[in-house]
Design a protein around this ligand. Sequence first.
Ligand code: F6P
Length: 549
Amino acid sequence: MSSDITGTAAWQKLRDHHARIQSVHLRELFDEDPARGHELTVSAGDLYIDYSKHRVDRATLEALLDLARSADLEARRDAMFAGQHINTSEDRAVLHTALRLPADASLTVDGQDVVADVHEVLDRMGDFTDRLRSGQWRGATGERISTVVNIGIGGSDLGPVMVYRALRHYVDAGISVRFISNIDPSDLVRTLHGLDPATTLFIVASKTFSTLETLTNATAARRWLLDGLGLGTDAVAKHFVAVSTNADRVAEFGIDTDNMFGFWDWVGGRYSVDSAIGLSVMAAIGRERFAEFLAGFHAVDEHFRTAPLEENAPVLLGLLGLWYSNFFGAESRAVLPYSNDLVRFAAYLQQLTMESNGKSVRADGSPVPASTGEIFWGEPGTNGQHAFYQLLHQGTRLVPADFIGFGEPTDDLPTADGTGSMHDLLMSNFFAQTKVLAFGKTAEEIAAEGTPEHLVPHKVMPGNRPSTTILAPKLTPSVIGQLIALYEHQVFVEGVIWGIDSFDQWGVELGKTQAVELQPVLTAAESPAAQSDTSTDSLVRWYRRQRGR
Ligand code: F6P
């Protein structure tokens, strides 16, 4: 077991760096080292990443890399790629990187050729989606399927939703996808509104096939289908397929396991969009585009696996995340994609990063001696600019931000005056924001513009607010795969340094159990026994009165 990272010489050195650099402004850092804007950059696949607007100098970066070495990062990374059981609390390998290995690669884990298994499922997914997309697979009335509804939650929902929205332009066979996740019945009712059961196919996506939300929604969807078709239960086979690791439960639910696409316990839910969980995405964009999506992940996997630490994008960005969390006391990181098609990217990252690293004990059960788990949040620019950027610019909190932008737009239109393009306007906002966050505007500069004295303090832009700029040529299937892998590996880097198990999620279990226990308390005809605390007791009684019980 790794030793307490905060007791290492590398950690102590970073404390000293922090004491020195915390009062140094980014303006000074750029004055002292003007080349940093060209040199503190890194490429990973098609991604060009500028990390020069961070509150570090080159010596700080060296110290951060020493910290990574002290935590044995390279050996831990190699252990993950090799399929060792690094998810110790569940005694599992962590092999999402195997999901994107090319067919001619080989990796044997626990005596099993996982690459062959992965490609066998990919081929089955490809055959199924080919049939769906060509109209060969038809519903029970003989009509073509035009809508796929994915029923899943957490990792069985957020990835497919985010990627489907991001790749809107690649939806090319007349199949649109909708998503149902919440156990709030409004989600299902709203999503199914206007759909024709005859042309609708459901994918029930659940790693465990035991998740209350998903099974409840799938049962309600089956009822909707059978009521709508009026053809008897045989119709289910033409309208329901499953994605899961649990064939027994799929069969128990009434879905033919011939119509099931499997994956493995070494794929964490939040790392599963590139497994069969991505079936809805493949249905929409086709198997070739899905292969490009996987190749994008693989390009960044290879970068992470082989690039020296000082040129390794996930390593550098993970270390910078930790720098602000543990030394500056930053609580959160904003993710600001300048692409409306990435509207669900922050929500996706919330599960990926916070379910992975929201832990307070280390892998050996001892308390983590530093704060863990950055809080990720964000919205696409420019909407965010007109909402919360005020706090980013002038608030008292330090919020490091990731800006994600694209050279080529997915859509473009002329500006109102016809002299330019809306994408250029979007991107001029993008560059302006990172510039203003870093360099701000001083009281002297503001006063020199003739601003009345009493307004000067209100208008001062302090700057010194760090950001990473991530640029990609275009939002393609490959690029979205690259972006996801970039964040997956940052999570890993942080988790290794904190010494936590980033691949379990015990913290979500108790709420699930207590919800099951509370349901009869809410619905029983007779007055229930008192709850163990008076707050929950009064709340439950309030609810029962509302429901006439
Ligand atoms: O509740 C958390 C969680 O276990 C996630 O980790 C997972 O992505 C989600 O629930 C859904 O689980 P499943 O795919 O097994 O339905």
